[in-house]
Design a protein around this ligand. Structure first.
Ligand SMILES: Cc1cc2nc3c(=O)[nH]c(=O)nc-3n(C[C@H](O)[C@H](O)[C@H](O)COP(=O)(O)OP(=O)(O)OC[C@H]3O[C@@H](n4cnc5c(N)ncnc54)[C@H](O)[C@@H]3O)c2cc1C
Length: 419
């Protein structure tokens, strides 16, 4: 035997499974097809700028992050709790009145925050804020769109703020996600201040990997996972490995290659990373575009932020880093550089002709779709000794991937018996 358990995939779910199995006394070996750990949580360093592979944030209020991650060691640089909304007339900063009292009056008086909508939002989200179980254990669920409509949350707070914000978070503007899941997401945003680790988002999986006794085998893709009489055999280009059980944690787009399961549906986005000349004045907030009459952005960009304003460690001293995100599900989701540059000029009200593209990430499978229904289905056995897990079995998030790892390790430990 090469290990008690072979874990295929060194994303957050695979790393967390291996770590928890190890803590329970099992010998876990992680195989990763690419050149580093992290899966969808990777950071490229380009000319001294840290560019995450797709704009993403770490929310310390996620229960699994709070429980399993050493957040202080990541030196999180936090976003402001709020957003700047750009519409056809102006850009308005809307911020949490207690955390950013300097913006309180303007936020409460803003045309983007009508009282009727605030009351509807409180009715819709309040019970989950107080007791998250109301969402996780709810007997019924429906699409976000239908649920917000039914709650009467139909005004500008929804159109100008919630819809564009959630489209970026879900990588989808369709409103077809589970309403209960979105309630939980918004609860995490209400309770935490998301941020970026000083060394980039990849510091998160690297922290998990550093806790493993056996180094992750990089550039070692599993070609086949099959059950044999003594357990499992995993074929790789460098030969076969044997273990008592296997955990397949390869991400939604690769599941069907290794297990007899259908490929989960996914949503995608792109992120452009620019070296900006001068720092646009946005504060530490995400900028949302609500300029299209009737809702949504007037151009391809759904959200943008001056990342170096939030996370100075992401840029060399004196330099400015801007991210711009488009959604692949939209007709202009693959807008070219000129279109994105033009849109940024409109959004920031400044010339961008001298801004330099550092890199551009097209992340086709950013997130598994999260349709209405049970919020987390949990890992699934595809044989006696082969378990499939990942964010697509839990929730489409860092929280979901970490929880997937924990649940997988428990299931495997129970099947193998205590080590
Ligand atoms: C652009 C972007 C933005 C995001 N923003 C946020 C956010 O702000 N907040 C949030 O909570 N979540 C966010 N997410 C989602 C979050 O990153 C994912 O839910 C989570 O990282 C998924 O982890 P995973 O381990 O399930 O899968 P993955 O990260 O996909 O890991 C799977 C791993 O398996 C490897 N693999 C695949 N096939 C094989 C094989 N045959 N053999 C060996 N290895 C293999 C892959 O290389 C990969 O390393 C974002 C994701 C992206 C891409």
């Amino acid at each position: 035997m090469d290990a008690d358990v072979i874990v295929v995939g060194a994303g957050l779910a695979g790393l967390q499974s291996a770590r928890r199995l190890q803590d329970q006394g099992f010998d876990a070996l992680v195989l990763e097809g690419s050149d580093a750990v992290g899966g969808r949580v990777r950071t490229d360093v380009v000319d001294g700028f840290r560019c995450d592979r797709g704009f993403q944030v770490l929310n310390p209020a996620y229960p699994a992050v709070d429980r399993w991650i050493d957040v202080p060691a990541l030196e999180l640089q936090r976003f402001g709790v709020g957003a700047i909304v750009r519409d056809g007339r102006s850009a308005t900063t809307l911020a949490h009145p207690l955390r950013h009292p300097q913006h309180a009056l303007r936020t409460l008086a803003s045309r983007h925050v009508p009282l009727r909508d605030v009351a509807a939002l409180a009715r819709w989200l309040g019970p989950t804020l107080l007791r998250p179980q109301t969402a996780t254990r709810a007997a019924t669920d429906e699409t976000l769109r239908a649920s917000l409509d039914a709650a009467g949350l139909t005004g500008r707070l929804r159109r100008d703020v919630l819809d564009p914000f959630l489209a970026g978070v879900l990588a989808d503007s369709g409103g077809d996600a589970s309403a209960n899941y979105v309630r939980l997401l918004l609860r995490s945003f209400a309770l935490g201040a998301p941020g970026l680790p000083s060394r980039g988002m990849q510091a998160l999986p690297e922290q998990l990997a550093a806790g493993l006794h056996t180094a992750v085998r990089l550039r070692t893709a599993a070609r086949e996972v099959r059950e044999v009489s003594s357990g499992v055999e995993v074929a790789t280009d460098a030969g076969s490995l044997r273990a008592r059980a296997a955990v397949i944690a390869v991400g939604p787009q690769h599941v069907a290659e290794l297990a007899s399961l259908p490929a989960p549906a996914t949503h995608g986005l792109t992120t452009w990373w620019f070296r900006a000349t001068g720092q646009p004045r946005t504060g530490p907030f995400l900028l949302l575009d609500a300029s299209r009459p009737g809702g949504g952005p007037a151009g391809p960009i759904w959200n943008t932020a001056v990342i170096s304003r939030v996370a100075p460690s992401y840029a060399p001293p004196g330099e400015h880093l801007v991210q711009a995100t488009t959604l692949l599900g939209e007709p202009d989701g693959r807008a070219d550089e000129q279109a994105v540059r033009r849109d940024l000029a409109r959004l920031y009200g400044t010339s961008t002709t001298r801004w330099e593209v550092l890199t551009h990430h097209v992340v086709t499978h950013t997130l598994p779709a999260q349709p209405p229904g049970p919020i987390a289905r949990g890992p699934v056995w595809t044989g006696e000794r082969v378990l499939v897990t990942g964010d697509h079995r839990e929730t489409a998030s860092i929280q979901g991937a970490l929880a997937a790892g924990v649940h997988a390790s428990r299931a495997v430990a129970a099947r193998l018996g205590l080590a």
